[in-house]
Design a protein. Structure first.
Length: 162
């Protein structure tokens, strides 16, 4: 069966209002003019296939940094909430040890990701790698500070023995 009408169109425009028909004509005219303003902006700044252009190693390292950052934040929040909820000392020490361990891993991953993004700045010549570089540096600094804080609290919780 053929859905075409007598005039060759596939749609019945008799049920539409004049404003709706005018809107369709405007949309068709914009399609004929080429790309609209939004499509030009999207094409220049927000690449639709950005994930395909980012190197695989960089994507994996960035995802590892995000995962480890969220894990450290969760562990540190568990420690902070555990202080108010009266967790056992052994549980708090375990949370501090895990926070220290994951923070060390995060600092190593952030440092190596910063090196990779620094290399990508010169190879790819894209501005987004500069932002990633500074993000990794900030993540590295926060992770190192968290290592010293959590390890210091963990040492102090065991007590100072002479």
């Amino acid at each position: 069966m053929n859905d075409d009408k007598e005039d060759g169109s596939r749609f019945d425009f008799s049920l539409m209002s004049a404003a709706e028909v005018d809107t369709l004509e405007i949309d068709e005219a914009e399609d004929m003019d080429g790309l609209g303003v939004l499509e030009e902006f999207t094409g220049k700044f927000l690449e639709s296939n950005m994930q395909e252009r980012i190197p695989m190693l960089f994507r994996l390292m960035r995802r590892c940094v995000v995962f480890l950052s969220l894990l450290v934040a969760g562990l540190f929040m568990m420690f902070a909430i555990g202080n108010f909820q009266m967790f056992l000392d052994s549980d708090l020490n375990l949370l501090l040890f895990m926070t220290t361990s994951v923070s060390i891993l995060l600092s190593l991953m952030s440092a190596s990701s910063a090196v990779v993004s620094f290399v990508c700045i010169f190879l790819e010549k894209r501005l987004r790698y500069v932002f990633f570089f500074f993000g990794f540096i900030v993540t590295f600094c926060v992770a190192v500070a968290l290592v010293f804080f959590s390890r210091g609290v963990n040492i102090l919780s065991f007590g100072i023995t002479v």
